[in-house]
Every structure is written in structure tokens, then in C-alpha cells.
Design a protein around this ligand. Structure first.
Ligand SMILES: [Zn+2]
Length: 316
């Protein structure tokens, strides 16, 4: 099969796997690997029409459970120092630039970016996430897809895609469309799980970062850079460490039962069921493991094989 990212003609079946974390479907999904650019992908035509059905209610982060206020404060601190810190380090003066965060979830990043002086907005498809985000940053959340903003002739100086591109079909056409929303040098920040990371190699089809079947494309650093350059972007910076995501992927791969988001989705699914003692114990266990995993996550990143890859690129 031809690789949809680099056109290498001989991509091979690599994994057959089920939805391990959210169990939205009991079927097996086939993932193909391109040995040239390293991408691991599903055939778009097999899943394009059904992709929306694979997202369970609650598939976006929101503090929940007995530790919710502590979790919210902790999460905000991490997003401020991790994602926002990366974005503001790219700007000569972080005042007034118009930013769009695509797949903004509950709007934490938009709120923090706005607080840091950016003219920040979010775009989100999930109605339930939009309702929560609107409460955090009223008037700054668009509900819909990027084409809605293209038709409205909206323009932004910088667009961020944190853990979004891997969920999309036709990523090349998507990136070309985003260029219609960018003005000036057109800054773009993309963060995706790195299928070439050490933990991805270690856990194989059991790696949390694959999130099958919601990830259509699981990028390696090489394949992401190739895609961005092919779409006309110039790469300026590549980073492999994420304080928020890398250690979390390691802990959730080792102990799937502790993963906070799948726990939350499960609780939503079992409406009426009370927050059990077992769940509270799991919540308490997760945080120290997450902290303990940080040195390993940092080591991976130093070796250039971190669990995420974040790229800063521009149109010029
Ligand atoms: Zn390829």
C-alpha cells in the first residue's frame, strides 16, 4: 500500500488492535506502517465515515472525582509552564497576537494564553466541551471546524494544534486549508504523540499514545516534518519533551487501569454509579507515578525519542 504521507509504495500491515482504553467498539482495526517515514496509519476509506462514532462522551479533559479541584490547579500549572511556555518563547512580544487553539477542549490553554496577553480563541467540535470552555473564556470559543472560520474569513497570527492532527483524515489538505486562516509569517505549533519514541517501541500495540481507533495517523518526527514541509511550512524548532503528556503516556501504558480520562469516560458511561473507593485509590496512585515517571520521560526526550513531538513552523 502507498504511504499517504510520503508516497513510499510499500507500507505494510503492522498491528491489528482493539480500542484498549475506551472500548467504543469491539472490532479489530488494522494499522499499516511505512518503513520510509515511519508513520503508522489506518486506511482512511475504512474509517472516515465512522470516525465520529469512536469518540465516547467525556473524551476531553475535565477535572472529575474527589480530587477535582487539586487536579484542576495542577493541570493548569502544567499547561501554563509546558504548552503556553513553549508558545510564548516563540513570540518576540507576546502581546496582542491573535491565536487560535484548535481542539481547545475545556479552554484551559485559551484562558491562560489570553491571561498572558495574547488575543486567544479556541475552536472545538464537541458541544459538551464548548459549553464548559465558554464558561471559562466567554465569547472566545468557536464551535465547529476550521472550514467554518475560513468561510468567515477569520485571520490569526498563530495556530496551535495540541494532540489534534493525529485524529484527522486528509492532514495535507487540512494543513493547506489552515494556511487560509494564517496571516503574516503564519506561525503554526503542532504537537502529536511520537510513534518513534522509546516508550512506543517498548509497549508496541499496547502503547497509550496510539489511541486506536481515534488516531488515524500516528506520526514519527520524520513523517510530521515531511508532511508540514510538503504542505509549504518551514520548520524552525522541534521539541521532544512535554511535561504534561510524556510521563502520562508512560504511566497509562504501564497501568491502563489508572488512566484518568478512561476512568472518567467509564464513570460517565455508568451513570448513577457512585464514585467507588477503588476509583479514589486509583486517583491517588496516579499522581506520584506520574511524578516518578518524569525523569524517564526527560531521558527519552534528551535522546530525541520522547513520547511527543512538538514542531514550530511558519508559512514563510
Ligand atoms: Zn511514509
Amino acid at each position: 500500500m502507498q504511504c499517504p504521507i510520503c508516497d513510499y509504495p510499500n507500507a505494510q500491515p503492522h498491528y491489528r488492535m482493539k480500542d484498549r482504553f475506551f472500548a467504543v467498539s469491539s472490532e479489530e482495526f488494522e494499522l499499516y506502517r511505512c518503513s520510509s517515514c515511519g508513520i503508522l496509519f489506518q486506511q482512511e476509506e475504512e474509517i472516515r465515515e465512522r470516525l465520529a462514532d469512536f469518540y465516547p462522551p467525556g473524551y476531553w479533559w475535565q477535572a472529575s472525582g474527589r480530587l477535582s479541584s487539586l487536579e484542576a490547579v495542577y493541570r493548569e500549572w502544567i499547561v501554563r509552564h509546558d504548552q503556553l511556555g513553549f508558545v510564548t518563547s516563540l513570540l518576540s512580544e507576546s502581546r496582542g497576537e491573535r491565536l487560535l487553539d484548535i481542539g481547545c477542549g475545556n479552554g484551559t490553554f485559551v484562558q491562560l494564553a489570553h491571561g498572558a496577553g495574547l488575543d486567544a480563541y479556541g475552536l472545538e467540535q464537541s458541544q459538551e466541551a464548548v459549553e464548559v470552555a465558554e464558561q471559562q473564556v466567554p465569547g472566545r470559543i468557536f464551535h465547529g471546524i476550521e472550514q467554518d472560520l475560513v468561510e468567515r474569513k477569520e485571520q490569526f497570527d498563530i495556530i496551535t494544534l495540541f494532540h489534534c492532527l493525529e485524529h484527522l483524515t486528509s492532514p495535507f489538505l487540512y494543513l493547506k486549508n489552515l494556511q487560509k486562516l494564517l496571516r503574516g509569517p503564519g506561525k503554526l505549533v503542532v504537537q502529536v504523540p511520537n510513534v518513534h519514541s522509546l516508550q512506543a517501541k517498548l509497549f508496541g500495540s499496547r502503547w497509550y499514545g496510539l489511541d486506536c481507533p481515534r488516531h488515524v495517523y500516528n506520526y514519527s518526527t520524520t513523517s510530521l516534518i515531511h508532511l508540514l514541509e510538503r504542505a509549504g511550512f518551514r520548520i524552525h524548532r522541534v521539541r521532544h519533551f512535554s511535561l504534561r503528556d510524556n510521563a502520562a503516556a508512560l504511566v497509562s501504558s504501564l497501568f491502563p487501569i489508572l488512566d484518568p480520562m478512561s476512568q472518567r469516560v467509564k464513570l460517565l458511561r455508568e451513570k448513577g454509579k457512585r464514585h467507588s473507593l477503588g476509583l479514589s485509590i486509583r486517583e491517588v496512585l496516579y499522581l506520584p507515578l506520574f511524578v516518578l515517571a518524569q525523569p524517564l520521560a526527560l531521558l527519552e526526550a534528551i535522546l530525541g525519542r520522547g513520547a511527543t513531538v512538538t514542531v514550530f513552523a511558519t508559512m514563510d
